[in-house]
Design a binder for this molecule. Structure first.
Ligand SMILES: C[S@@+](CC[C@H](N)C(=O)[O-])C[C@H]1O[C@@H](n2cnc3c(N)ncnc32)[C@H](O)[C@@H]1O
Length: 280
């Protein structure tokens, strides 16, 4: 197997999985729901703890099947399998697999997938190889099937109250994600990447979806999550190692998040690019 291509900025610290596990098909893949039908075979690449994957598993029914893949063995796959068991979902399999090796991984499978899906993954892989990843996704999709992608766009995030601290957070995040080889402003680039991968423009449907955090509970959850990520996850270690911030700056960013969480008029909106690419 070729050397792993994994450069995931956040890692799978508890503070990171806290945010991924909140995700559902409804709040993170509503653009795709009209295409999901019983009996389908779906591949969910970079499935993380698998909460979206498991919602899809229910939608395709017991005669459908979904495979979730993650590039490394570890707690995240275990967590996904445990969640499936606790929900009594059996038409799912969680396996090790890399987005750049899909053709090889599924070469012996007679049936290709109806839907090949990624959510918040392309922004984290080598930005020079995103089209290659989309070509791999297309290669394991059956004719008439679809490749579906949803990615956020950090430069399009917006919030209130406006503060220098939040600007410092997003600037630092952008630098760290790019130093890791990724593209944090992925959402706006999805159509362009799909064209480069060889999808004709009339086979691509583009949309945008949002998340918004504003109630006291949402602010508390979102702000703690980022304060904890800043001080405890891979984000901290990569940032310090790269020299893009020191401990003092990271502490300042974490304090900014804590303050934002307490602001009664606090509001945070996230824009996600979405594409459905139809495969001939
Ligand atoms: C932001 S998380 C998204 C998890 C899940 N899709 C969700 O939205 O909750 C990105 C995931 O992509 C995975 N990933 C990173 N590089 C990958 C690669 N080369 N192939 C497959 N997955 C990858 C990471 O391990 C991580 O779990």
């Amino acid at each position: 197997m070729p050397e792993s291509t994994v450069i995931y900025t956040h890692g799978h610290h508890e503070s990171v999985l806290r945010s991924h596990s909140w995700r559902t098909a409804q709040n993170s893949a509503s653009y795709l729901l009209p295409y999901i039908k019983p009996n389908m075979h779906i591949l969910d690449i970079g499935c993380g703890p698998g909460t979206i994957t498991l919602d899809f598993a229910i939608l395709i029914g017991p005669t459908g099947h979904i495979t979730g893949i993650e590039p490394s063995p570890g707690d995240v796959l275990t967590q996904a399998r445990e969640t499936a068991a606790s929900r009594g979902i059996t038409n799912v399999e969680f396996k090790i697999g890399d987005i750049f090796e899909l053709e090889e991984m599924f070469s012996e499978q007679t049936q290709k997938f109806d839907i090949v899906h990624v959510h918040q993954v392309l922004q984290h892989i080598d930005r020079e190889r995103v089209s290659e990843a989309l070509m791999q996704m297309r290669a394991v999709t059956k004719p008439g099937g679809i490749v579906a992608v949803r990615e956020t766009d950090f430069a399009a995030m917006t919030w209130f109250p406006v503060s220098g601290g939040m600007a410092e957070w997003v600037d630092t995040y952008q630098l760290v994600a790019r130093a890791n080889g990724g593209e944090p402003n992925a959402g706006r680039r999805l159509v362009s990447w799909a064209l480069k991968a060889g999808f004709a423009r009339d086979k691509i449907t583009a949309s945008a979806g949002t998340w918004c955090f504003s109630t006291p509970d949402q602010r508390d959850w979102w702000s703690r999550l980022w304060a904890d990520r800043t001080l405890s996850s891979n984000f901290k270690t990569t940032t310090l190692k790269s020299g893009l911030a020191d401990e003092e700056k990271l502490n300042r960013i974490a304090d900014t998040w804590t303050e934002w969480g307490k602001a009664e008029d606090g509001w945070f909106a996230i824009l996600n690019g979405e594409i459905i690419c139809r495969v001939d």
